[in-house]
Design a protein around this ligand. Structure first.
Ligand code: NAD
Length: 290
């Protein structure tokens, strides 16, 4: 396929490189000067999009996505797929999809999980919103860039799935970290705590697969000085998107709200920026009950 790829950052660059390596003709554009193996450099986003069968965007946020979409939609051939893999707010995803559909394009929102490692290894998971027809066209690309894709329904539903998942993740990571900090103060050995919880009703991905306590459970960023991994500021971004969506849809999410405020304080007022999101554990260790 002929692919336009806009946004060649930490995630976009390795994703575009994987598509080129698989034999697709990829024309890339980024505001910053970037060179990606096998990807030709377009001079503008519109140039990268012109004549493409699929145009992929991997951008920082909803406002930038809306601006880029307004520029490229008129340049994209009718019937082509506009595939946004960024994590953005549900409203921006739905608004861009509406504009794309009005122009005769097939929009998909397909945010990912798996991080930079997954983007490089081609093992991302895609959560996809949009028509079945568009999903079928993009499926072979998801299979190159990732190991799993789930079609979640109409436009915006990929973003909805992503923020709901990450709201659970933020809340369970905090719960796991505060429980470890309490266990420490009660004199309960961390290994014993892990052995019990990971096989009892308190188990979760945060405890079992990504244990925030160094030296306990499978290898995780905690074993590497809390170098991300999944940075606390990216968790904060996703939690904020969850609260924006909760507000817009009048959903009651008290724990999501509390998790957002804790990650906000950690990233903006404390030393959380640049650390893995599981570094909530040393944060709690250093605190007393207020
Ligand atoms: P990044 O900042 O490294 O990359 C974004 C790129 O977009 C940059 O290279 C920037 O120059 C470019 N850009 C910005 N405005 C542009 C414009 N108008 N035209 C063209 N290019 C423009 O970010 P990233 O880590 O690659 O993340 C991309 C998206 O993926 C974000 O929405 C992020 O939330 C999501 N995501 C990131 C991770 C992760 O671990 N990094 C994991 C899952 C999802």
């Amino acid at each position: 396929m002929k692919i336009g790829f806009i946004g060649l950052g930490n995630m976009g660059a390795p994703m575009a490189a994987n598509l080129a390596r698989a034999g697709h003709k990829v024309s890339g554009f980024d505001m910053a000067t970037v060179t990606v193996n096998g990807v030709s450099n377009a001079r503008s986003a519109a140039e990268a999009a012109t004549g493409a069968d699929v145009v992929i965007t991997m951008l920082p946020n909803g406002d930038i996505l809306r601006a880029v979409a307004a520029e490229i939609i008129p340049a994209i051939s009718q019937g082509a797929v506009l595939l946004d893999c960024s994590t953005v707010d549900v409203d921006s995803a739905r608004s861009v999809a509406q504009d794309a559909e009005a122009a005769g394009l097939l929009p998909l929102d397909a945010p990912v999980s798996g991080g930079i490692g997954g983007a490089s290894a081609g093992t991302l998971t895609f959560m996809v919103g949009g028509s079945v027809e568009a999903y079928q066209i993009a499926l072979s690309l998801f299979e190159i860039m990732g190991q799993k894709s789930v079609h979640c329904g109409t436009s915006g539903n990929g973003q909805a799935a992503k923020i709901c998942n990450n709201m659970i993740l933020g809340v369970t990571m905090i719960a796991t970290c505060e429980a470890f900090a309490l266990a420490d103060k009660l004199g309960l050995d961390r290994q014993a705590m892990f052995d019990v919880v990971s096989t009892s009703s308190g188990y979760s991905w945060s405890m079992n697969a990504y244990c925030p306590a160094p030296g306990i459970g499978p290898k995780s960023p905690a074993d590497n000085g809390y170098t991300p991994g999944f940075a606390a500021e990216l968790m904060l971004k996703d939690l904020r998107l969850s609260q924006q969506a909760a507000e817009a849809s009048n959903a009651d999410t008290p724990l999501g709200q509390a998790a957002t405020e804790l990650y906000r304080a950690f990233v903006e007022d404390e030393d959380g920026k640049g650390r893995d999101f599981s570094a909530m554990l040393p944060r709690f260790e250093g605190k007393r009950r207020s």
